[in-house]
Design a protein around this ligand. Structure first.
Ligand code: GLU
Length: 442
């Protein structure tokens, strides 16, 4: 089984989504189940409703799970296993007070050496501290594991000290709960962000202490950098999946982008389902990659082109398939659904000629509108060809040059700039009456 294990502590970061996608793909490739495990054991950091948000996001991306579990449901197993480890002398109670450890940390810092927990301290505060934590014995030997992206990683035994598995309130720590659950659910491969690389030896230590026979595989995905080359923080808008969706990036374009990042793909534009045929986690580059919104915009446009005209029209709130075609025409200057929506709504909205950018063209626009409506009423044969229509309208209005084109553009598109009217006209002439409505003002 593969798993994605989000903590319900905030909005989903694109790095998390990338891990979810990779786990999903590999589950499908290997015909294994895909588990979502909501890691909700840290009560203080949990945020109300974030679990539902995460599940909703996964659904939008088509990352359908076979099983869903909230980690807190397994706490009795965490406790049982901790008891077992204490009995087996693989784990022990540590009575050190937080103040004591803080003091030791301070001393280490002052002496400029790394802080290391020492087991000899464990009973110093036995009589005065009724709330011990439980620690697992640290590594006796150096520990290494093979990472499918980073290769062989070696950790010195001194780096893996005895660590807390149950806090003083008996709640399991992340490393312990995670390691136990990965055994309970028979996880075969763990794919997650590289910020977890140093947690992995601790989790392996839990597996070893339980004499778990299965060898779990690991892949740690490099972090995503922002355009300045720094780690993309949660506070940066474009790192939030929710923000990208709100801007009108398509889920299929976002997953295309996240799969292609630091990867060599057989095609540039593909769907998640298509990538199942060729995706190979070992081809993901081990160096971090910069987030490139221009590239994402390009892929978004490409995925818009793949959407059926009727569906695209519906996405924009219109029933006529030809609006889908019109939307695709606007991809020459728009990349997101919001940008396309804005352009289309301006075309179909009433034109407010009192707008300060339009006011100078108001008189001519009114004149053109009158003639256009006359031409429509006559069902004049010029209507279906822009050149004929233009000539006819110029003849009737006696306008030409800028005095003709600017007000015409405003009447047709609600803007003073934009794509060539001659290219646009074939896509809108059948709606001419509707789109040349001017807002009445007093
Ligand atoms: N809850 C952890 C996180 O969101 C899970 C890491 C893991 O996949 O083990 O970072």
């Amino acid at each position: 089984m593969l798993r994605f294990a989000p903590s319900p502590t905030g909005d989903m970061h694109i790095g998390n989504l990338r891990a979810a996608i990779f786990n999903y793909i590999i589950a499908r490739q290997n015909n294994e189940k895909f588990l979502i495990r909501i890691e909700d054991t840290d009560q203080e950091r949990n945020q109300e409703g974030k679990d539902k948000d995460i599940l909703y996001t996964l659904t939008l991306f088509g990352l359908m799970w076979d099983q869903l579990v909230y980690q807190s449901e397994n706490i009795h197993y965490h406790h049982k296993i901790a008891e077992h480890l204490i009995k087996e002398k693989k784990a022990f109670y540590c009575f050190c007070t937080e103040e004591f450890l803080e003091q030791k940390r301070k001393e280490a810092k002052e002496c400029k050496r790394a802080f290391r927990y020492k087991e000899e301290w464990k009973e110093i505060h036995k009589s005065s501290n009724p709330y011990p934590v439980v620690r697992l014995h640290g590594a006796q030997n150096d520990l290494s594991y093979y990472d499918k992206i980073k290769g062989n990683l070696v950790f010195k035994k001194e780096e893996i000290e005895s660590f807390v598995i149950l806090r003083k309130d008996k709640s399991p720590t992340y490393n312990f709960a995670c390691a136990v659950d990965d055994m309970l659910y028979d996880i075969s491969m763990i794919i997650r962000g590289e910020d977890h690389t140093t947690n992995t030896p601790k989790q392996i230590l839990v597996h070893q202490a339980m004499e778990y026979p299965k060898k779990i595989e690991f892949a740690h995905i490099p972090i995503i950098l922002n355009e300045e080359g720094k780690k993309m923080s949660k506070r940066e808008q474009s790192s939030s999946v929710k923000w990208l969706l709100e801007q009108g990036f398509l889920p299929q374009a976002i997953s295309n982008y996240l799969i292609a990042m630091g990867n060599n793909t057989p095609t540039e534009v593909f769907t998640l389902q298509e990538s199942i045929a060729w995706f190979n986690i070992e081809h993901i580059s081990k160096s971090p990659v910069k987030f490139d919104i221009k590239r994402l915009k390009f892929l978004n446009r490409e995925h818009f082109k793949r959407i059926h005209d009727t569906d695209l029209a519906l996405m924009l709130g219109y029933k006529d398939a030809s609006i889908g075609l019109l939307a695709k025409f606007y991809l020459q200057e728009s990349s997101t659904l919001n940008e396309i929506q804005e352009a289309i709504d301006l075309i179909f909205g009433q034109k407010n000629m009192d707008n300060e950018n339009f006011i100078n063209f108001k008189k001519d626009a009114l004149l053109l509108q009158q003639h256009i409506h006359q031409i429509i009423a006559e069902k004049h044969p010029c209507l279906s060809h822009f050149d004929d229509f233009k000539k006819e309208l110029m003849n009737r209005s006696l306008l030409s040059g800028k005095k003709f084109f600017k007000p015409l553009r405003i009447l047709l598109t609600g803007r003073t700039e934009g794509p060539e009217i001659s290219d646009l006209y074939p896509l809108i002439w059948c709606f001419l009456k509707d789109i040349t409505q001017i807002k009445e003002t007093h």
